[in-house]
Design a protein around this ligand. Sequence first.
Ligand code: MV4
Length: 469
Amino acid sequence: MTSFGRHHELEKISPEKRVRSMYKRILVANRGEIALRIIRACRELGVETVAIFSEADRGAAYLDLADEAFCVGPAKGSDSYRKIDRVISAAEIGNVQAIHPGYGFLAENAHFNEVCRSCKIDFIGPTPEAMARLGDKNSARKLAREAKVPVVPGSDGLIREESEAMRIAHEIGFPVLVKASAGGGGRGMRVALNDLALKSALSQAAAEAEAAFGDGSIYLEKYVEHPRHVEVQVLADHHGNVVHLWERDCSTQRRHQKLIEESPSPHLTQETRVAICEAAVRLVKACGYTNAGTVEFIVDQTGNFYFIEVNARIQVEHPVSEMITGIDLIKSQIRVAAGEPLPFTQADIVPRGAVIECRINAEDPAKNFQPSPGKIEKMYVPGGFGVRFDSHAHPGYTVSPHYDSMIGKLIVHQPTRNEAIECMLRALDELRIEGIKTTIPLHREILRHAAFVEGRVDTTFVERSGLTQ
Ligand code: MV4
């Protein structure tokens, strides 16, 4: 018996048309707390996991929660977690259908994303094309403009000659900011207050970007002073559905390192909040972006907002949006990548209460935030109503000097912001980590600071407060 019409030639089905179903097995291409977060989500979904580890992470407890684990090389990230051929080998030997990159390492590497595609492994994230278009900040800015998303006044595109930059600077007025197209996250930026400073900012920014990214392209923006950093979490499926999960305020940062993230953003009017979130969705729809992503904005002192960049990955602070909406972002990423439509509409995503997250870093705030690796001799983790601690650390765990110093995230969810602050202070008090220095004491001080309590925080608050001198 031949069942006509049920035989398909797989080669002739484009990836978009391919019928997908939930994965049997996923490779987690990361380490530490985010690897653990992804493994937990997979276990709940009934999806098997293949973990990878470097020699420095061999024997880490969270690896026991994976179904299989492969060593991908020595401690240095560039020799292990970032090595495309080794990660792909682990995926092939592990026989997975998809790779979750987490954040950092290969998460925003469009080339790796493309290699996954050519190996017929689903990359849990946007397409390589969307990733590349947004990874270039000048191109992302152009896409934003086309989608009628406000961008900071500045150059139309890249700056080709000094005279062009001078003309634009005089049009928009000083101070101006020279930005590297290949930069982002604060790398490759230079402020200029006048003509003379602009000349050197242009050549310095271009040279720095050429050296750091192999791409010296630069563009110009008006410098927005004392901005708030507001970012919008978005989720898009492969059926044209795009939703936002409201905003996070990440203004409490030091030297482009976020310390505390919260939602809702204090002092944003409901009108501005809705306008920012709708702008983020417009941009995502316009560039064919799929999976989870974050659209970053800066908000000036009068409430005007401007698009800055898109983070084409899950972010460290994603639990803030999970708690405020009740949506599991990691499970959503996996389901969307497997072809499932989003099971909710925008109207279903109702923000509830107030959420605050503190990043717990193995750093010494008294010594200019110098990393403080070493063995955690004792550790007590808080719990109770509305408290979540996402961490791979435990008593006896040794924090490696080879990686990012973040060892956990303490997240609280309460009816109001004031209650969230009180709850966080209580939870920080209970959280004891002995044997290494951490950022816990700094968080206690920030949370008691009048400016923070009143929600008067912009991106310059921590550095001006004197708390980190
Ligand atoms: C700006 C800005 C002021 N004006 N652009 C820094 C990281 C990158 N995402 C963009 N950044 C900024 N762009 C204009 N036209 C100020 C910053 C900025 C910042 C933004 C978000 C979070 C923290 C920040 C800290 C310093 C500067």
